[in-house]
Design a protein around this ligand. Sequence first.
Ligand code: DAH
Length: 340
Amino acid sequence: MIEKLKQTMEQAGKEMDEAASLAEAEALRVRYLGKKGVVTEILRGMGKLDPEERKTLGQAANAARGELEERLNAKMEAFRLQEKQAGLASQTIDVTEPGIAMPPGARHVLSIATDEIIRVFAGMGFSVSEGPEVDTVFNNFDALNAPKNHPSRDMTDTFYISDDVLLRTQTSPVQIRTLLSQKPPIKIIAPGRCFRCDTPDATHSPMFQQVEGLAVDEGIAMSDLKGVLDRFAKSLFGSDARTRFRPHHFPFTEPSAEMDVSCFKCGGAGCRVCKDTGWIEILGCGMVHPNVLAVGGVDTERYTGFAFGMGVERIAMLKYEIDDIRLMYENDIRFIRQFL
Ligand code: DAH
């Protein structure tokens, strides 16, 4: 039996030298040292021996088992280390490698301009309202005192969804919605998209943006309108900017005006931007027509109001010297990223 143990040990030693992985080493451990392993079998067979022989063999077998265990553990430890190092090597990061550029997102120039307009009016106590882009003919025309034969009502100018529903042609219907849902004092601005059947060119787009303004309270006069809008122009175009109001006509205001701002490019001397006039038209405005106030049930003996409306594209084009409105809707990244 001693001989058998010796052979077994030699065999185990050889196989261990050949083991090439942690799994193979583990299999060897089971084969030789496990509950049904070869060495265990030998120890078990000792019962039949006489005491003297049993003692010698027992000591030899225990020593052999200890040695085998030690060698296997060392081997397995070496494999574990090897695997760990291979894992680490495959995960190495070359921190000197150039990264992949992640271009930062940016606000669109129209969002920048709209936010700027909102900021100025918010500073004067106006809150922001919104209305739907699909609105009624009543809100967009009738309630705004537009005569039944007004050319803007024409199918060639307005996108109709049905006889009574359309894509709003202006943000002015938000005035009606506000008058119908709030009581004076009212002080709102309403930014939003508008639509008209225009063929796109350098200054026209069938979809465009406006900001509407409405203030209704006791004792509001034309001077309040002029003060607020003059302050707006100076905030947007610089404190040197001057304004002037030219008489105009809108169905929903009386009197009505257009506001010009002194040319920010030449300061009023005359240049290409202001077409040599020294002035640039930037918005329409006026005192809210009593017929409009009446739609909202406002007591026209007690309250008066002013309103104004401006095109955001036009203001952005002036402020950032953009010469074609279509650039703002084509989303060419080279254009867009100029306004980071
Ligand atoms: N809605 C007008 C337009 O689209 C702009 C406008 C003019 C709005 C005068 C107003 C206003 O509120 O008072 O041309």
